[in-house]
Structures are given as structure tokens and as C-alpha cells.
Design a protein around this ligand. Structure first.
Ligand code: SAH
Ligand code: SF4
Ligand code: F3S
Length: 486
């Protein structure tokens, strides 16, 4: 079995909202002269943004490279979600310094959430940084780069109320050619007291659904077979023709509001062979309408990332999550009623939030027993400067206790992941082939609708991007071992 602690704290879920991993771009060369190297940290929103950044700079004559030594321009797209995430970036900047010594003309930029949080302070704290750009400032990058070329430092951390980069076709980086992310909204208007995202990503805004559908169609025509719709809180997606196009529509008398359920259906209708996933759902906002659309379309994957954070209603209140334990469990019931027990559910959890007692921690464990999550991303609380929790509550749970509680929930999750995987043994599942298995070129790797990874021997006439039916013969906590059936 894979190292769960590593999986949980380091690797990005498809759901994708939390991790501190990095990704390097692949080569993308048109033979032009300057080379861009981007590393992304944090959630899938950042990975998706890096593809927008690459697209904007490609138009300015930058090709991407996966070799740092070759780079003329180095961007780190950063995350602030936990202190550890920021420390990782600072360590990486130190390493990059040695490259810059050998190649002084190399330009170093910091993008993303940490850039937004620290703004000009970054330039004071990290001398090697030439450019700082927040998540809504990427259109300005060509100008900022030009400014640095002139010998100045450059900063833009302006947060927008409108920017969605809707018209920019992302350059797919590190792509397997089968699965892709589509950003459907930006920012977050929830004020979970522990969370830095509303400060680093700004106000919530939804992207024009027509541009989302057009992107999905384009991906399908290029051979992609799965899209994941991304947002911090997809259930509050709301786009109104009226608001966005008032004058023209008033003349025509058209009034239309597109909510997340409508959008999901629009994307599902692009093609029955295009799988649709989405992340992240918020327990207080996910509606029966969304669950019913999921039930209606086979190609909408039966998997929901529904982060609970804590099993204690008192802690949830302090976290300002907007639901209680009972409300959350009722949502789980609705999911099981409408989509059946096969629908996979995963979660995020935080241990050792301010004032959390031992009994309240046990409530998280008992909630896990009730839900039996397929998967979970688990963290110990890390106080973030400027957040409501940092202002109002003392970070009073000692580190050893946070860590011990974290280990307890990780151990419990490990049991549940295995249990849920075992329930698939003996069943036939439709799997989308994503590529070679990590361990062997003689095996394919793909995922079931419920997002479980299956590995199976290749057979003739099977290819990446194709659907196959597999019989699940055995499993570990992380993988289904399968065989192709007719
Ligand atoms: N929008 C998503 C989550 C975004 S952040 C949602 O609402 O669920 C991803 C996860 O990181 C969160 O779900 C939470 O579990 C964790 N997280 C956020 N801030 C944190 C902090 N200050 N300390 C520890 N974990 C945190
Ligand atoms: Fe953070 Fe809460 Fe927004 Fe998620 S919903 S990004 S946890 S503020
Ligand atoms: Fe994502 Fe990290 Fe920002 S989780 S939204 S990159 S703080």
C-alpha cells in the first residue's frame, strides 16, 4: 500500500484543494528564444492557473521548458494554505538562487496565493525575487516581465471582481492527453475562520458557461475524455446572462440564471463519452438538484469531495462552516439515497483547531465511522496570519496533540479506504485508461467512476483514452487490481 501519510499531506487530489506538491512543465517548443519554467504548488486551481500563465506568455514568445537550468524565466506558482506550504516555497527559492548565480540574467517570479498574501514584502524578504504577481494579475505578466527586463522589480497583486480568464485557452502542461481541468469560477466568499483563500483569491466570481462548454468541446475533439470542473465552492456557481450582458438581453427580453446543476448538465451533454468530475463541493450548498443531475447522466462521475473539517458542531461553528454535524450527516444520507451506496465520498479534515477537546476529536472519529469515507485529506491546524481564527482565537492545542490526533484519523481513514475498495472486489467497473501504470509498462492505469485507481494488464487493441470494462479481482487500500473483461 502507498504511504498514506504522504498521499494525504502531499499529493493533490483530483478534487484537488489541498496539497503542497510541485509540478514542472513539460517541453512545449516552437523554437522561439526565451524559455519559461513554471513550478506549481498547492491546489488544482493553481495548476490550472499555470496553464493560463503559459498561454499568456506563449503569445509573448516564451516556450516552456522542464529544465530549470535552461530557463530564462522561472515562475513559482505558490500556495499559502498552511505554513508548511509557504516554507516549501522559501526552501525552493534558496535552491533556485544557486542557478541564478550561474545565470544572473535568469528572471525569478513568484505567482499565486503567497504572492498575493505577501505582496511587496516578498521583494524585501527574498532578494532573489524580481517579480510578484497575484492570481488575478496574470494578464499583466508580459508588462511586468518587460519592466524587469528594463532593470526594475515588478509587482501586481490587484484582486479583481470580474477576472475569470474566460477567453484564454490554457496550454495543457504535463498532460496525459486524457484528463484535464477546467476552471469554472475563482475566489471564495465563504469565510471559514481558518482559511486564507478568501484573502489570497478574492471575491467569488463565476465564468461564462458558454466558454466552459466550448473548452470542454475543444478538449473532447482533441481526444480528452474527462474534465474536472474546478472551484473552491462549485455549488455556489452562478452566472446570469442578465447581469453579464444586461443591455443586449434586456432588448431581447431574455433572463437566465445558470446554476451549478445547470452547468453540470450542459457539460455532461457535450458528449456521453466525456466524463465529468467536479471539485470542491461545500456541504452547506450542495443541492438535491445537483445530485439528481448526477444521477441522470452516466458520464457524470459518482464521486463527491465533501470536506467536513470536523465532526463536532461546536468546532464547526468556530470554523464558521455554516453547518452542524447533523446537517452534514443528513447531506450524506441524501447522497446515498439519490446516488446509492456506490457513490464515493471523500473529505478534508483538520485536527487540533483552536480549543478542540479530546471528546470533540473523538466526534470526528465517530463521524468518520458513520460516513466511511473512500478517501480523505487530513491536516493539522496551521494558523494563518490575518484570518478570523488568528484574530479571534488562540492557537492553543500543542503540536504533539495535533499530530497524535492526526495520526488517529489517518489510521482510521486507512481502514475505511481499504474497506471501501474491498466492496468493489468481484464487481465489473467501467474504467477510463489514463496511461501506463506507474510500476509497469505492461499494465494500464485508469479510474472507475467512483475515482478509484485500477491497474490491469494491457490487452491487444486497448489504448490510452479508451473505456474498458474490468473485473476487480483484489485490492490494496490505494489500488484496485483488475483484469479486462469483454
Ligand atoms: N474550498 C475547499 C477547501 C480549500 S483548502 C473547501 O471549502 O472545502 C483545502 C483544505 O485545506 C481545507 O478543506 C482544509 O481541510 C485545509 N485547510 C485550510 N486551511 C487550513 C489551515 N489553516 N490549517 C490546516 N488545514 C487547512
Ligand atoms: Fe477556504 Fe472555506 Fe472558501 Fe474552502 S469554502 S476556500 S475552506 S473559505
Ligand atoms: Fe489553492 Fe493554496 Fe491558494 S490551496 S487557493 S493555492 S492557498
Amino acid at each position: 500500500m502507498k504511504n498514506l501519510i504522504e498521499d494525504i499531506d502531499v499529493i493533490t487530489p483530483v478534487s484537488g484543494e489541498a496539497c503542497e506538491t510541485m509540478k514542472v512543465t513539460t517541453e512545449n517548443s516552437s523554437g522561439k528564444s526565451r524559455k519559461l519554467y513554471i513550478e506549481s504548488y498547492g491546489c488544482q486551481m493553481n495548476f490550472s492557473d499555470s496553464e493560463i500563465v503559459a498561454s499568456i506568455l506563449q503569445k509573448e514568445g516564451f516556450d516552456t521548458t522542464s529544465d530549470l537550468a535552461q530557463a530564462d524565466l522561472v515562475f513559482l506558482n505558490t500556495c499559502s494554505i498552511r505554513e508548511k506550504a509557504e516554507q516549501t516555497v522559501r526552501n525552493r527559492l534558496q535552491q533556485i538562487q544557486s542557478f541564478k548565480k550561474k545565470k544572473p540574467e535568469m528572471l525569478v517570479g513568484v505567482l499565486g496565493c503567497m504572492a498575493e498574501r505577501l505582496k511587496t514584502k516578498f521583494l524585501e524578504e527574498e532578494k532573489i525575487v524580481d517579480l510578484v504577481a497575484g492570481p488575478d494579475a496574470y494578464r499583466d505578466l508580459p508588462k511586468l516581465v518587460a519592466q524587469v527586463d528594463e532593470g526594475d522589480k515588478a509587482v501586481n497583486t490587484f484582486l479583481s471582481r470580474e477576472e475569470t480568464y474566460a477567453d484564454i485557452t490554457p496550454v495543457r502542461l504535463d498532460s496525459n492527453g486524457v484528463t484535464a481541468f477546467i476552471s469554472i469560477m475563482r475566489g471564495c466568499d465563504n469565510m471559514c475562520s481558518f482559511c486564507v483563500v478568501p484573502y489570497t483569491r478574492g471575491r467569488e466570481r463565476s465564468r461564462d458557461p458558454h466558454s466552459i462548454v466550448a473548452e470542454a468541446k475543444d478538449l473532447f475533439s482533441r481526444g480528452y475524455r474527462e474534465v474536472t470542473l474546478l472551484g473552491q465552492n462549485v455549488d455556489s456557481y452562478k452566472w446570469s446572462e442578465e447581469e453579464n450582458n444586461k443591455a443586449r438581453l434586456e432588448k431581447q427580453g431574455i433572463h437566465q440564471v445558470v446554476n451549478f446543476a445547470n452547468l453540470l448538465e450542459m457539460v455532461a451533454l457535450v458528449n456521453p463519452d466525456l466524463r465529468v468530475r467536479f471539485s470542491t463541493s461545500h456541504p452547506k450548498d450542495i443541492t438535491d438538484e445537483v445530485l439528481e443531475v448526477m444521477a441522470r447522466y452516466e458520464n457524470i462521475c459518482k464521486y463527491i469531495h465533501l470536506p467536513v473539517q470536523s465532526g463536532s458542531s461546536r468546532i464547526l461553528e468556530l470554523m464558521n462552516r455554516g453547518y452542524t454535524r447533523a446537517w452534514y450527516l443528513e447531506k450524506i444520507n441524501r447522497i446515498r439515497q439519490i446516488l446509492g451506496p456506490q457513490c464515493a465520498i471523500s473529505s478534508d479534515m483538520i485536527t487540533g483547531f483552536c480549543t478542540e477537546t479530546e471528546d470533540e476529536h473523538k466526534e470526528t472519529l465517530s463521524l468518520m465511522d458513520e460516513v466511511q469515507y473512500d478517501y480523505a485529506y487530513m491536516f493539522q491546524y496551521s494558523e494563518r496570519p490575518g484570518t478570523p481564527a488568528a484574530k479571534k482565537f488562540a492557537d492553543d492545542i500543542p503540536n504533539e496533540i495535533k499530530t497524535r490526533r492526526l495520526e488517529e484519523i489517518i489510521n482510521k481513514q486507512r481502514e475505511h479506504s481499504l474497506l471501501r475498495n474491498q466492496q468493489d472486489v468481484g464487481t465489473i467497473q467501467r474504467v477510463l485508461i489514463e496511461g501506463n501504470s506507474r510500476r509497469s509498462d505492461a499494465h494500464w492505469q485508469g479510474r472507475t467512476s467512483a475515482n478509484r485507481v485500477a491497474v490491469f494488464a494491457k490487452s491487444e487493441n486497448t489504448n490510452k483514452g479508451q473505456y474498458v470494462n474490468v473485473l476487480i479481482e483484489s485490492c490494496t487500500g490505494g489500488t484496485l487490481i483488475a483484469r479486462i473483461v469483454e
